[in-house]
Every structure is written in structure tokens, then in C-alpha cells.
Design a protein around this ligand. Sequence first.
Ligand SMILES: *[C@@H]1O[C@H](CO)[C@@H](O)[C@H](O)[C@H]1NC(C)=O
Ligand SMILES: *[C@@H]1O[C@H](CO)[C@@H](O)[C@H](O)[C@H]1NC(C)=O
Ligand SMILES: *[C@@H]1O[C@H](CO)[C@@H](O)[C@H](O)[C@H]1NC(C)=O
Ligand SMILES: *[C@@H]1O[C@H](CO)[C@@H](O)[C@H](O)[C@H]1NC(C)=O
Ligand SMILES: *[C@@H]1O[C@H](CO)[C@@H](O)[C@H](O)[C@H]1NC(C)=O
Ligand SMILES: *[C@H]1O[C@@H](CO)[C@H](O)[C@@H](O)[C@@H]1NC(C)=O
Length: 382
Amino acid sequence: MDFKVSTLHFLLIAQILNPSSVLASNTCKFPAIFNFGDSNSDTGGFSAAFGQVPPPYGETFFHAPAGRNSDGRLIIDFIAQSLRLPYLSAFLDSVGSNFSHGANFATAAATIRPQNLSLFSGGYSPISLDVQQAEYSDFVTRSQVVREKGSFHSLLPEKGYFSRALYTFDIGQNDITAGYDLNLTTEEVKAQVPDMIGQFSSVIKKIYRLGGRSFWIHNTAPLGCLTYVIDAQAATTPEVDRYGCLIPYNEASQYFNVKLHETVLQLREELPLAAVTYVDIYSAKYALISQAKKLGFEDPFRVCCGYGGRYNYSRFARCGDRTVVNGTEVVLAKSCKDPSVWINWDGVHFTEAANKWIFDQIANGSFSDPPVSLESACNRSS
Ligand SMILES: *[C@@H]1O[C@H](CO)[C@@H](O)[C@H](O)[C@H]1NC(C)=O
Ligand SMILES: *[C@@H]1O[C@H](CO)[C@@H](O)[C@H](O)[C@H]1NC(C)=O
Ligand SMILES: *[C@@H]1O[C@H](CO)[C@@H](O)[C@H](O)[C@H]1NC(C)=O
Ligand SMILES: *[C@@H]1O[C@H](CO)[C@@H](O)[C@H](O)[C@H]1NC(C)=O
Ligand SMILES: *[C@@H]1O[C@H](CO)[C@@H](O)[C@H](O)[C@H]1NC(C)=O
Ligand SMILES: *[C@H]1O[C@@H](CO)[C@H](O)[C@@H](O)[C@@H]1NC(C)=O
């Protein structure tokens, strides 16, 4: 069904059922979410393919590892919850998944551009955005074939959900670090940004051609404020801002974000039926990190779950890593007592408390262009 028709349809029904509900007419009632991204929004894809994250991941909310790189819920979980939809199953997770209200194609360590090194030599996920899109495309077709056969009916989305769903994206951070890993300068990393954004844009267009209409796109984080980046640069003396974030890395993120924003404006022209929302999650995260104390959090660079080093972080002993002491395996890098007062969970990822704070900032549209709230993100800006 055409998107505009279905919105109108909903409006009419809403008016028939309750003539005074006209104000609610711009609420989208998304029936499903399809998500694409990296560890910021992976709810189990990487774990399903390459091994589950170890305890104490998941301890705060799921009380066991739950495929998420956090102690609890991610921003995508809060998005699903606030739209009254179930937490998203990972597309790659063949055990216990239920895709009736969406699927999550994100995998930890994913990039937009396919990498030339394998996971084991380069550290990045082979399930890059183009692969995630291919999986989605196959899902659109095969979910309906299987659904019609009956037995998996309640595990798969209705056909009409694909055009009415919210499509969410949070990817790009790893493309930038992948460039630095190859010892590129900030200028050289920036020179790759147009290719990153071009590939991002072509994925949005493919999803549009398959019927996707509502796109909610997070920009990328202030990389220079993340402990793993600060730690990796400890031997050099990069410029820092007044909060202690590395200026060149944040510049690379900002450059990516400017180009992404330009592309979103262009996509709005090219995709006449799409509502494309650009969400400045960079600024929300930067606000949190730069005002940590004022907001009731501890040192934003110190890691809750880690071991050693200046920030309780070492890339040789990461959260949950074990070691053998006198013949017994023990956890070396443990969690802190109260993750709810810390921002950085494991050096790379945010705690549930931080994710919740960031979600609360972005949900009402105050960090978005156009400034639409999450639940209204199907409305094209005029
Ligand atoms: C991978 O190698 C190809 C061929 O040399 C190059 O065009 C491409 O940019 C490389 N990709 C990345 C992510 O470095
Ligand atoms: C899948 O989830 C939906 C929505 O929560 C539920 O109605 C349905 O029964 C579930 N299917 C199975 C097989 O658990
Ligand atoms: C980057 O530089 C570091 C330090 O000089 C070196 O150890 C590493 O091998 C270099 N990496 C690449 C991909 O050239
Ligand atoms: C390991 O065992 C030795 C000998 O029993 C003991 O002296 C030492 O304290 C033990 N180390 C730890 C870390 O428990
Ligand atoms: C959005 O929500 C945040 C967090 O609750 C609040 O501080 C902000 O004032 C709200 N903005 C608007 C425009 O409602
Ligand atoms: C980080 O180190 C672990 C031990 O590996 C401690 O258990 C944690 O309490 C500590 N976290 C913080 C925030 O200091």
C-alpha cells in the first residue's frame, strides 16, 4: 500500500473512532522497525555469528549477556519500547527470534564500506552496511513466502509493514577508525568520507525502492571523546578540547556529519515519498560527556567495566576478559558497583544509563532535522 494512502487511511479511522483525536493525526503508529548499524544498535547479530559477548555484559537489564555491547539496553531498545514494539531480534539470530514487528541487521564492528581486511586481521565486521541491505532485501521477499505457508505466520511481519515501518540507521564511526587504523592522517580520513556517505546514500535509495518510507538516521559520535580512541592515542600528543576530547578525531566525525546532513537534504529531493530525519546524536553525546558531573554522572572517560590503565581500560584486558590464576579461570576486567552513574561501559560503548539519557534527548526531535519526534517521523517536512 502506498504510504500516503495508509496515513490517510489511519487518519480517517482515527476520526471515525474518535472525532476529537485530530491532534494525534501526525502520530505514525509504526508497526515495525528495521535497523541497520554497528555495535551502537546491535541486539545480537554479531554475537549470533561470532560468539556471545561475555558476562558482565547485559547484567543491568537482561541479567545475562544479551548480544548487546552494554550493561543493558541500547538506544534502539528505548526506541522500540517507546513505540510500544518488542525489542528487535537480530536477523542473524536463529534461536528464539521473532520478526513480527521488525528485524535488526546491525552487527558490532560494522562499517558502511566493506573492508579489505578480514575480521580477524582488521577487526571489523564482514557484515557491512551493503551486506545488511542485501540481507534486508532477501528478508522482504522470503519473509512473505514463508509467512504464507502458515507455520511461521506469527514470527514474520505483514507485507504492509515494510512501507509503514521506521527504518533506523546508526553507522559510520567504524569507517572513521578504520581509516586511522591504516595510519591515515585526519585529512586522509576526511578524503574518504564522500565515498562512505555515497555508499550510505545508495543503501537508503535501495530500501526506498523496496518500499521503505520513514528513515531515522543517527549521525556519528564524537569519536575523540571515547576512551578507546583516547587510550590508543595516549603515546602521541593530540590536541584536546577543554573537556579532554581529542580534537582531530572529533573533527573527522563532524566532517562526516556535515556530509551526511547534506546528503539527507539531497535524499529528500530525490525520494519524493520519503520522510528522512537526521538525528544529531553527536551533539547529544557530546552534551552528556561535557556536562557529565552536572548531570549526575562520574568521570565520562573512566570505564565502568575494565581493567588497569589511566581510565580503567586496557585494550589487552577488555570488559569480561578472563585469565587463569593458579589453574582457575577468573574474570580480569570486571564491572563497577553502580553502572547507572557511569557513562562509558567498556571503553567503546555507553552504559544503559547513558543510552537512556541520550534517547530522552533525541526522542522529542530537539536534536533532529526536521524537528519531528520519533513517533511522528513518518511525516514529510514541507
Ligand atoms: C579496498 O580496496 C579497493 C581496491 O584497492 C579500494 O578501492 C577500496 O577503497 C578499499 N576499501 C577500503 C575500505 O579501504
Ligand atoms: C511474536 O511476537 C508477536 C508480537 O509480540 C506475538 O504476537 C507472537 O505470538 C509471537 N510469535 C511467537 C511464535 O511467539
Ligand atoms: C601504523 O603505525 C603503527 C605505529 O607506527 C605500526 O605499528 C602499524 O603497523 C602501522 N599500521 C599500518 C597498517 O601501517
Ligand atoms: C597462587 O598460588 C600460590 C601457591 O599456592 C600462592 O602463593 C599465590 O598467592 C596464589 N596466587 C593467587 C593470585 O591466588
Ligand atoms: C526534549 O526532551 C528533553 C529531555 O527530556 C528536554 O530537556 C527538552 O526540553 C525537550 N525539548 C523539547 C523541544 O520539547
Ligand atoms: C574497573 O575495574 C574493575 C576491576 O577490573 C573494577 O571492578 C571496577 O569497579 C572499575 N570501574 C571503575 C568505574 O572504576
